[in-house]
Design a protein around this ligand. Sequence first.
Ligand code: SAM
Length: 280
Amino acid sequence: MRGTLFIVPTPIGQPSDLSPRGVEVLSRVAVIAAEDTRVIAALLRELGLPSRPAVSTHDHNEAERAAGLVARMLAGEDVALVSDAGTPLVSDPGYRVVVAAIDAGVPVVVLPGPCAAITGLVGSGLPPDRFLFLGFLPRDEGPRAAALEARRFEPATVVLYEAPHRVVELLDTVRRVLGGGRRVVVARSLTKVWEEWIRGTADEVAERFRAEDPVRGELTVVIEGFRGDAGEAEAERLDSVIRGLAEAGVSPGVIRDVLADVYDRPRREIYQRALGYRNR
Ligand code: SAM
């Protein structure tokens, strides 16, 4: 008989958010594969549960660890995979272990549970019907702006994670790329006693965090999707191409000739817009 890989979400702030099923699974598996064995040991202690055998399974050793864990499951042992907080694999280690288990024919059972992204989305007050989770954006301004630029006309609500000391920079990039009027919600220290929801436009929320020095707490950032219609998105897209070419020194006449065939807009309109950017 093969064992099973259980994915067990752990609390993101409130120890009692570990589900009864999570407690049951952690109490009976042969081994817990944990991002940090000290963190899971502390949680079990805090909940008054007996300590359990654990092996560390983090970003740097996951590939090798996966093979050993799969061998144990093929030999009949059950394994629970946990990260330091929340749902494993969601901006956390575990993906390679899940793939190795699937490839080996080991059953994977996922327990639903705490996840900052979902908790932040649901309480944000921004449309939850479609959402895009992007995890942590790149730290450097250029790649970070490019990542947002690629989502400028994304109608779905966007959910991000960010470190407190980088949130002002992130919000400034949001203002620059998506506009200062975009609605943003920052969910801070979810499920903890000092849980806080900071809601407003990107300008307002950035201003609010700029006033804090240093910013503290764990933050989930939720950004409203693009609200314009398809025609507006197309017009803005064309505008950014014109601006890019004009700023690169391409003449208005060439911009007009190149773009008029690609975009269904009057030649004169493209020329005038290009001229406007050149004269800035
Ligand atoms: N796998 C985890 C989950 O399911 O929530 C996320 C792990 S990721 C390494 C950690 C990031 O999640 C933090 O930097 C923060 O952006 C977000 N986060 C974790 N706990 C949070 C909380 N209590 N409140 C708000 N955001 C939180």
